[in-house]
Design a protein around this ligand. Structure first.
Ligand SMILES: Cc1ncc(COP(=O)(O)O)c(C=O)c1O
Length: 384
């Protein structure tokens, strides 16, 4: 079964009991037990709920994984994974990373005595050199938020295997549709399902997928005792969104590629970051490990003033935090996704005051390009 068929038929998508065309929302906190003597499959919704199980099974199937767990947010999923480590453990992570993950590491995990070294994710030798006797895992995000920096997934996973370390990846930008990290040797895959998996900017959700039974048991425990479960209505909405993920991703990625070429040739755009562009430094690596450049790109204008002129002139994309919706979304990392990262660190990562991120929605490509061009023309006039 290919992926777009899998999205509709590859998992438990219909209700066995009634034949209903979607899994019911089991709106309950507890389950009447047949007897107080024995347990049963479902006893309490924090421990498990059939609607949540249906979503978890679906995402496991799409990632070609055995197990998945659903959380109340992408950060809930990331926290469950990263807080599985112990005091005194050390992790190596990519430097270009989502701001919330950076904050979790620097403001929470450090309090538990878990140390992290950030490396230039594009250089395999930096991953290797950062490994210490107490290193337990390598964590990557590729393409990264917001600079679309590309890491060689199989390369990092091979280093991890050699040193008996776990490899974790945030696969939010690519989705299981475009990139399947488990097949490349990764052990634990994380998603902010808030983005493309749900795809309609109406749910906040997170997922963890793995083939490793020990890791799954650990993540299940975190889900149960930290309690950050995804509510049943959000599970249902995410399953509904998931069914059209293939179509949405294809349309958005097609537009993103055309937009990236237009931006690259525009005189007021200083730099475009899109892994589907041959000029992207990670283009060849990305082409090996993913089937598309994806639907997110970022680009640099000359100054904050140019950014404001451009954003004020834009008509179609909404200016918002987040990405991965059916509507195009323009974000300004400096005041949004990376506002929680100190300026000095942002500068180190390359998140400059001229940087904008665009998540391309499913609108007509021609309309998006025309809108971006008219807004860039306003910047051009302002510069003159
Ligand atoms: C790459 C990436 N990972 C994780 C997250 C966090 O997800 P959530 O907002 O669902 O907690 C985000 C949010 O923007 C993200 O872009």
């Amino acid at each position: 079964m290919r992926d777009k068929t899998k999205l509709i038929h590859g998992y438990h998508a219909f209700d066995d009991e009634t034949g209903a065309s979607s899994i019911p929302i089991y709106q309950c906190s507890t389950f009447k037990q047949a007897s107080i003597k024995d347990g049963q499959a479902y006893t309490y919704s924090r421990f498990g709920n059939p609607t949540r199980t249906a979503l978890e099974e679906a995402v496991a199937v799409l990632e070609n994984g055995k197990y998945a767990t659903a959380f109340a947010s992408g950060m809930g999923a990331i926290s469950a994974v990263l807080l599985s480590f112990n005091q005194g453990d050390h992790l190596v992570m990519c430097k270009s990373i989502y701001g919330g993950t950076f904050q979790l590491v620097n403001e929470v995990m450090n309090r538990f005595g878990i140390e992290v070294t950030f490396v230039d994710e594009t250089k395999l030798e930096e991953w290797e050199h950062a490994i210490r006797p107490n290193t337990r895992g390598l964590y990557l995000e590729t393409p990264s938020n917001p600079l679309l920096s590309v890491t060689d997934i199989a390369g990092v996973a091979a280093i991890a295997k050699e040193h008996h370390l776990v490899t974790m990846i945030d696969n939010t930008f690519m989705t299981p549709q475009f990139q399947k990290p488990l097949a490349l040797g990764v052990d634990v895959v994380i998603h902010s399902a808030t983005k493309f998996i749900n795809g309609h900017s109406d749910v906040v959700a997170g997922l963890v997928v793995t083939n490793d039974e020990d890791w799954h048991n650990q993540i299940k425990l975190q889900q149960k005792v930290l309690g950050g479960i995804l509510g049943v209505e959000d599970c249902w909405l995410t399953m509904r969104g998931l069914k059209t993920m293939g179509l949405r991703m294809e349309q958005s990625a097609r537009s993103a590629e055309k937009i990236s070429h237009m931006l690259e040739n525009h005189p007021v755009v200083q730099k475009v970051h899109y892994p589907g562009l041959p000029s992207h430094p990670g283009y060849e690596v990305h082409k090996r490990q993913a089937i598309s450049g994806g639907a997110v790109l970022s680009f640099e204008l000359a100054s904050q003033e140019a950014v404001y002129t451009f954003a004020d002139a834009l008509q179609i994309p909404i200016a918002a935090v987040s990405l991965g919706g059916v509507e195009s979304i323009l974000s300004y990392p400096v005041t949004m996704s990376h506002a929680c990262v100190p300026k000095e660190e942002r500068d180190k990562q390359g998140v400059t005051e001229g940087l904008l991120r665009l998540s391309v929605g499913i609108e007509d490509t021609e309309d998006l390009i025309a809108d971006l061009e008219q807004a860039l023309a306003k910047v051009q006039i302002a510069v003159k």
